[in-house]
Design a protein around this ligand. Structure first.
Ligand code: PAF
Length: 287
């Protein structure tokens, strides 16, 4: 694996890959890597000739300075994981390399409402920052395929929309959530959970799995299933629920009923012991 910190060096690497006719898969990350990220690297290596991973903690997508400051940056461990993976090149730019004019978020796109609900209600401007940095990274890497994780499903939807609006020649693929044995979705933030919060955190995925079963069994309007599930999470000591919602996986608009033609995204966000966690499951005839 080569490690590149400058855009110019990355451009040369990409040029060499292109000359040998290699297809390029790209996995953008903010580091603090876990099996979820590595599953994206594996998928890229399976489908593309060359895999490039970026580690860049993007300041423009953080709403709270504290979250940006506390964001884990275990660079040595990350590099060891990537060296042992199928990653061919790591792009590790410093902030001025990505934002020569300063790290300021500039809303540029109308995402057709995809950025407004769910995370958008609680993290204003977050998706403008995400789309901005992904566009810059895509310009640097020029991949054939961009791999994103399902855990940040709304991010995937917004990035796909930005790629469509910008008519970028890249295929955006979403990969399944990787979970701990008790169901907790893997996340870079999990390391900040204390023992008690970590134990309680499994309630989030358990709620989603139970709801998925209930929805697939049929009958009730979704509201009748969601209300008691919300109430149970709200009543759990140590869990501060932000949202538990069922939305259309295409439009991210709230849905009232499930039918066989619809794919629903059930999603949750909550604070546990000072750490904000999100999770989701898809509900469809096949999921
Ligand atoms: O999902 C993430 O880690 C980030 O939002 C991304 C896509 C790397 C952009 O900074």
């Amino acid at each position: 694996m080569v490690c590149l910190t400058q855009k110019a060096a990355l451009a040369e690497f990409v040029e060499r890959q292109r000359k040998r006719g290699a297809s390029i898969g790209f996995v953008p990350t903010m580091g603090a890597l876990h099996q979820g990220h590595l599953s994206l690297v594996d998928r890229s290596a399976l489908e593309c000739d060359c895999t490039i991973v970026s580690i860049f903690v993007n300041p423009t997508q953080f709403n709270q300075v504290e979250d940006l400051v506390l964001y884990p940056r275990p660079l040595e461990a990350d590099m060891a994981l990537l060296s042992a993976s199928a990653c061919d090149a790591l792009f590790l730019p410093a902030v001025p390399e990505i934002y020569p004019g300063g790290a300021v978020v500039r809303p540029q796109w109308d995402f057709g409402g995809l950025d407004k609900g769910l995370e958008g209600q609680f993290r204003p401007g977050h998706f403008d920052g995400v789309a901005q940095v992904v566009k810059i990274l895509l310009e640097c890497v020029q991949p054939d395929v961009l791999y994103l994780g399902q855990k940040d499903f709304q991010q995937y939807a917004v990035v796909r929309k930005m790629v469509e609006l910008e008519q970028l020649p890249v295929d955006v693929r979403v990969c399944p959530i990787i979970r701990e044995p008790d169901g907790l979705a893997m996340s870079s933030r999990n390391v900040r959970l204390g023992a008690e919060a970590r134990e309680k955190a499994k309630a989030l995925s358990q709620t989603l799995f139970a709801l998925r079963e209930q929805i697939k069994r049929g009958s009730s309007p979704l509201q009748d299933l969601l209300d008691p599930a919300r109430a149970a999470l709200e009543a759990s000591p140590g869990i501060a629920l932000e949202y538990l919602e069922a939305v259309d996986a295409e439009t991210l608009e709230p849905v009232q009923e499930w039918n066989q033609t619809l794919t629903i995204l059930l999603c949750v966000a909550a604070w546990l012991g000072g750490v904000r966690l999100i999770d989701n499951v898809l509900v469809s005839t096949t999921a």
